[in-house]
Design a protein around this ligand. Sequence first.
Ligand code: SAM
Length: 250
Amino acid sequence: MEDYQLLIDLHKNANRQGPGGEEETKKALSLTKIDSTLPLKIADIGCGTGASTLTLARLLNAQITAVDFLQDFLEILQKKAKSMGLSDKITTIACSMDNLPFEDAEYDIIWSEGAVYNIGFEKGVRDWKRYLKVGGLLVVSEITWLTLSRPLELEKYWENEYPEIGIASSKINILENNGYSPIGYFVLPEHCWLDNYYKPMENRFKDFLNQNDNSEAAQAIVDAEIKEIKLYERYKTYYSYGVYIAKKIN
Ligand code: SAM
């Protein structure tokens, strides 16, 4: 994974690798109306260093399979789980989210925060459905337009970064067309981006550049992040992550 080494360096010591928050993970969980005493099987896909995995493990009587394609992130997750006494609830698997080694109908819940965009929302919800039991729940956060029209600069940026970005109704439509019944949706508030993700990252830029001898590649990563942060600060009323909760109906 040499190509990813710089991204690993920048993100591995963060609490989370994308926008989100512990309260928002709990909110999504409460919208599932799941009985937290039941023994559940959960897959957390694109878990990073485990922000959501650890919260779910703490709150639920669950066996959680935490999947990420970066082994470095999973090793940090394992260390955190150990120090929190949660190791026996969490198994990590290093693999790609488009080639999961799961059985059909294996899981009660598939959870994925800020990660499905790597294969695209539609492909993710369609391909992962087979791994859920009928009646099982999908909880997935996805970058979402909050308004029908947007400033051109913003539209161009995201159309280039992630052409599948869309309004919530289009995402809910995809869920409905793929055999899910949507049961909840909410928008991640600003603090999930700024306080939980961007500000801590900005505080790591200096050390990250120093550790990488101010290489061009490291500087390019920082520049791209700064561009993304500035865009968010300017246009945050137009987009966020939507959190979608849906039940597999057949
Ligand atoms: N869920 C975590 C969080 O909210 O902190 C991480 C979100 S981060 C934006 C996206 C994660 O997806 C990263 O940890 C990255 O390594 C992982 N990822 C990217 N492409 C992947 C793939 N094809 N298969 C599995 N994981 C992938």
